[in-house]
Design a protein around this ligand. Structure first.
Ligand code: SAM
Ligand code: SF4
Length: 333
């Protein structure tokens, strides 16, 4: 146990930071942003690499040991690899993970492996080229699939993230589970959340984690619950004899909040202590106002000590009072 480890007001350790390095993206997944895109932040509003390094070093001294870089699409930020090389060498950072749509990731896989990246989450909601085009509004399936294969070959730990959506990719669930027969990967089915950048959303979630599980169990009755890693958001399952495993993430039902160890920093440097809050502290502004590390740490400690107990409380306490309107590409997922 890290002796500097911070705990929140509910006794949960805070040791995992998910950082969105940009809000820009080369896809337009309909559950994440409108087809015309979102109003991207002016570049000067994004955290610079120097600010990100400072932020991570500071948080590492408070017990953060796991980082996930996400976005937007992290690789649209040129020179992302430079940042990755730096983060990996920060004292106290044990695991660096990435979430990516894969389109620009191919040329970097060998170096990521060599640097010791802990895992890559590849977003892929379908195995069908036409459905991919409808969901992402771009014709990039072939590239994503090729990158998936390269990742598996590289022996980097690969997880596929698939958002489950009525009328969009239900026919992909079982073939995706089938991929785990011979491949050492994890396929994670995610409940759709209301972060589509438009504010409009279904009133009732059709494909809940329970329904996804029943659907898979019907086809694979031998599906067995396996142990979940500490602080996991996914419930893990495996079909006996299969190489990989399946995860189901109740992201909308929010069943995992009791062990939540994660905080988020959005592309504009806003700290979120829960995915469903609307930001509790702008760290970029503090840095640009010239605040010292000590002053920023005090503010972070205060923010961690006022953490909502779960995503429902966080949503109810949103400052704006308005329904969620953000795009996941500003938050990072
Ligand atoms: N662009 C990268 C990608 O797609 O992997 C990283 C950023 S993306 C916002 C991170 C994750 O959030 C993706 O796996 C995506 O599927 C998920 N996501 C985005 N919008 C979502 C939503 N409304 N509900 C559930 N998951 C969502
Ligand atoms: Fe881009 Fe990822 Fe959002 Fe899709 S989910 S639009 S790839 S940020």
């Amino acid at each position: 146990m890290n002796t500097n480890q911070l705990f929140d007001n509910h006794g949960r350790p805070i040791n995992y930071l998910r950082l969105a390095v940009t809000d820009r993206c080369n896809l337009r997944c309909f559950y994440c942003m409108p087809k015309e895109g979102i109003h991207y932040l002016p570049k000067k509003e994004l955290l610079t690499f120097e600010e990100i390094e400072r932020l991570i070093s500071l948080m590492a001294s408070m017990g953060i040991s796991k980082i996930r870089l996400t976005g937007g699409e992290p690789f649209v930020r040129t020179d992302l690899m430079q940042l990755i090389r730096k983060i990996i060498s920060i004292n106290g950072i044990k695991d660096l993970h990435l979430t990516t749509n894969g389109i620009l990731t191919g040329p970097h896989i060998a170096e990521l492996k060599q640097l010791g990246i802990a895992s890559i989450n590849l977003s892929l909601d379908t195995l069908d080229r036409d459905r991919f085009k409808i969901i992402t509004r771009r014709d990039e399936f072939d590239k994503t699939w090729e990158v998936f294969q390269q990742m598996v070959q590289s022996t980097i730990a690969v997880k596929i993230n698939a958002v489950v959506m009525e009328g969009k990719n239900i026919e992909d669930i079982l073939p995706m589970v089938e991929l785990t027969r011979h491949l050492p990967i994890s396929i994670r089915f995610i409940e759709e959340m209301p972060f589509n950048g438009e504010g409009n959303h279904y009133s009732d979630l059709i494909w809940t984690h329970k329904r996804i599980l029943d659907h898979i169990k019907n086809a694979f009755p031998a599906l067995t619950k396996i142990s979940d890693p500490e602080n996991a958001t996914a419930y893990h399952y495996q079909i006996p004899g299969f190489t990989g495993n399946v995860g189901i993430i109740a992201a909308y039902s929010r069943t995992f909040c009791g062990t939540c160890n994660r905080i988020r920093v959005t592309a504009q440097g806003e700290l979120k202590t829960c995915l469903y809050d609307d930001g509790v502290l702008n760290i970029k502004e503090l840095m640009r106002e010239g605040k010292s590390d000590g002053e920023i740490k005090m503010k972070l400690i205060k923010a961690f000590s006022g953490r909502p107990k779960d995503g429902f409380e966080a949503e109810a306490k949103r400052k704006s009072g308005a329904p969620i309107k953000e795009s996941m590409s500003t938050i990072g997922g």
